[in-house]
Write a protein that binds this ligand. Structure first.
Ligand SMILES: [Ca+2]
Ligand SMILES: [Ca+2]
Length: 227
């Protein structure tokens, strides 16, 4: 009985969500300049890129990123499509292998400048090239505002254990068939910026048969030591 409980405790510990990959966009090594940063993840591996036509810079980051005081950057993406054109064609992609993980979710901070489009769409890919729409958001926090979004892909079986998994965040028309500025008193502009920080892919590491056997053995040994 005791041994079984110890083994279960080991399994429960493994069932907690783990960070697969996280981007902080902060320079590595730190250089005390928030206008410089990196698209190389701070944790894990993956690729971040803009869609065709967008341009990018680095600016000061979200205050929830405390990993690099004095050098906290965000990734700022601009040069969006002209009003009335190209809905869904501009934005960013994040590709992360979920090999070995289930229960995939993506959490990120998204900053909207005054003139940036308030409507974003989250899409995913299971093969690295074709994308399916998953959800969309309207930023109602105004301009120069950060929103935290958590997108739970646990209902998408194909997102699990997939070396070709990826997410795309695109700028889409609102209900009236046009982009709408984040600040209600501003006009949409192609020079508006979307900023990103602490882009984090989470998942649950699937124990391999070998590690389960080892945990069982560990529980057994712990139980024996306590006798
Ligand atoms: Ca820097
Ligand atoms: Ca940062």
């Amino acid at each position: 009985m005791k041994i079984a409980m110890l083994a279960l405790a080991g399994l429960a510990a493994v069932a907690n969500a783990d960070v697969i990959t996280q981007w902080t966009f902060n320079s590595n090594p730190a250089d005390a300049n928030t206008a410089t940063g990196t698209l190389t993840p701070a944790t894990g591996s993956g690729t971040a890129a803009t869609l065709a036509g967008n341009t990018q810079v680095f600016n000061s980051g979200n205050t929830n990123d405390t990993s690099s005081p004095g050098d906290n950057s965000r990734w700022s993406v601009t040069t969006f499509a002209a009003q009335g054109t190209g809905s869904g064609a501009r934005g960013v992609t994040y590709n992360v292998s979920t090999a070995g993980y289930t229960g995939i979710s993506v959490n990120y901070w998204h900053r909207f400048s005054n003139t940036s489009n308030r409507f974003s769409q989250v899409e995913y890919t299971l093969d690295g090239s074709t994308y399916a729409v998953f959800t969309s958001f309207e930023n109602t926090s105004g301009g120069d505002a950060w929103n935290n979004y958590n997108v739970d892909f646990s209902s998408v079986a194909g997102a699990n254990n997939n070396a070709s998994f990826g997410v795309r965040i695109t700028s889409i028309f609102g209900g009236a068939g046009s982009y709408v500025a984040s600040n209600s008193t501003s006009n949409y502009a192609t020079t508006g910026t979307w900023g990103f920080d602490l882009v984090t892919f989470n998942g649950t590491l699937v124990p391999t048969p070998g590690s389960v056997a080892l945990m069982g053995l560990g529980g057994l040994l712990a139980a024996r030591r306590r006798r």
